[in-house]
Design a protein around this ligand. Structure first.
Ligand code: NAD
Ligand code: UDP
Length: 340
């Protein structure tokens, strides 16, 4: 049976991926320091899968602890590295905190993997590495640009660190996954997105507003050059995204890569505006969302959506779930989590 280490495995994307891996019969070991997550998520994972994965409370910026961890798990076949801080605005206020956390953790991880001869890495990257797109849909060959925030830049630098590592070591293989906008929750509603503090992202802000935790949703700009004036993103259901990680691990373990460092965009290929997301949410939830139009948010891009060709052709992965399933599952999870 294959064994996969999942860093950040009780976070939002990590926990859904852990469920998909366990359902494929893979043994999962989680490393997370709970800086943006809650240990109760393990209960949700266990309740869905019947398996409680081994959990290690480790801050990955501590290389000694991480090496000790790998001494116990040198038989791991692959690592999926989700652990990172991800609040864009916060990263501009505290760049060093973000670079330290995201890059030290990655460097310690690669050192630990190499020392213990674990050679397969999946990296959580982001569509943010494309900056303001030169063309749409965005393919993996689209130029990357300096991140518009320290967070975004930590993803770009992270990819470069990994690529240099792969180029320097014959037996080290990596796949970087550039996520577009993951939203929604597992259909059991036992795990989902519950960010600490005030949400930065649209979907948790929407569900928390409907739940009465936030007063109203601010729509950041309605004067974009788009059909309804609001910005367009490629929202992807978290369960589809989780499945893509299973395919990625299989690709590494079955040696199907075309090169030792590969990149895949993960999106649906469908651009949706902020107003379309709100419309879907209101229709699926039956809730009227308090909302107002405000100025554009600094650094926001007008339109982004992914080309799905490479993921479909090479990874054999296609998204299946639509916007209504995303917004309704996000709401069901919010209600269940808050006991509404
Ligand atoms: P999340 O915050 O829910 O999960 C990240 C997890 O990593 C958390 O559980 C946190 O406690 C843990 N972590 C952070 N720093 C750590 C450290 N030093 N040591 C150990 N654990 C640590 O975020 P998420 O939405 O699940 O994102 C997962 C990954 O995907 C991140 O790398 C993020 O940058 C990337 N990503 C997310 C999105 C998105 O919209 N959610 C988009 C693109 C990329
Ligand atoms: N957005 C918004 N109000 C919010 C949060 C986000 O109007 O409270 C918009 C934002 O301007 C963007 C879209 O929703 O057009 C998605 O934003 P999010 O922060 O979720 O993702 P990202 O900007 O990183 O793609």
């Amino acid at each position: 049976m294959n064994k996969v280490v999942v860093t950040g495995g009780i976070g939002y994307i990590g926990s859904h991926t852990v469920v998909s891996l366990i359902e494929k019969g893979i043994t999962v070991v989680i490393v997370d320091n709970m800086i943006n997550s809650n240990i109760n998520t393990l209960d949700g994972i266990e309740s869905i899968t019947g398996v409680r994965p081994e959990f290690h409370d480790i801050d990955m910026t501590d290389g000694t602890l991480l090496h000790r961890f790998f001494d116990l798990h040198k038989d791991a076949d692959a690592v999926i590295h989700f652990a990172a801080l991800k609040a864009v605005g916060d990263s501009s206020q505290q760049p060093i905190l973000y670079y330290r956390n995201n890059l030290f953790a990655l460097i310690n991880l690669i050192e630990g993997m190499q020392k213990h001869e674990i050679s397969n890495l999946v990296f959580s990257s982001s569509a943010t590495v494309y900056g303001t797109p030169d063309f749409l849909p965005i393919t993996e060959d689209h130029p990357t640009k300096r991140g518009m925030s320290p967070y975004g830049n930590s993803k770009k630098i992270g990819e470069e660190i990994i690529e240099d590592t792969v180029n320097s070591a014959e037996n080290f293989k990596a796949i970087s996954l550039r996520y577009f906008n993951p939203i929604g929750a597992h259909p059991s509603y036992k795990i989902g997105e519950s960010p600490n503090g005030v949400p930065n992202n649209l979907m948790p802000y929407v569900t928390q507003t409907a739940a009465g935790v936030r007063k109203e949703l601010s729509i950041f700009g309605d004067d974009y050059n788009t059909p309804d004036g609001t910005a367009i993103r490629d929202y992807i259901h978290i369960v589809d995204l989780a499945e893509a990680h299973v395919k990625t691990v299989e690709r590494l373990l079955e040696d199907q890569q075309k090169s030792n460092f590969e990149i895949f965009n993960l999106g649906t290929g469908q651009g949706k505006s902020v107003l379309e997301v709100i419309e879907s949410f209101e229709r699926m939830s039956g809730q009227k969302l308090p909302q107002k139009i405000t100025d554009r948010r600094d650094g926001d891009v007008e339109q982004m959506y992914s080309s799905t060709e490479r993921a479909s052709n090479d990874l054999g992965w296609n998204s299946k779930l639509g916007l209504d399933e995303m917004t309704s599952s996000a709401w069901e999870w919010e209600k269940k989590n808050r006991k509404i």
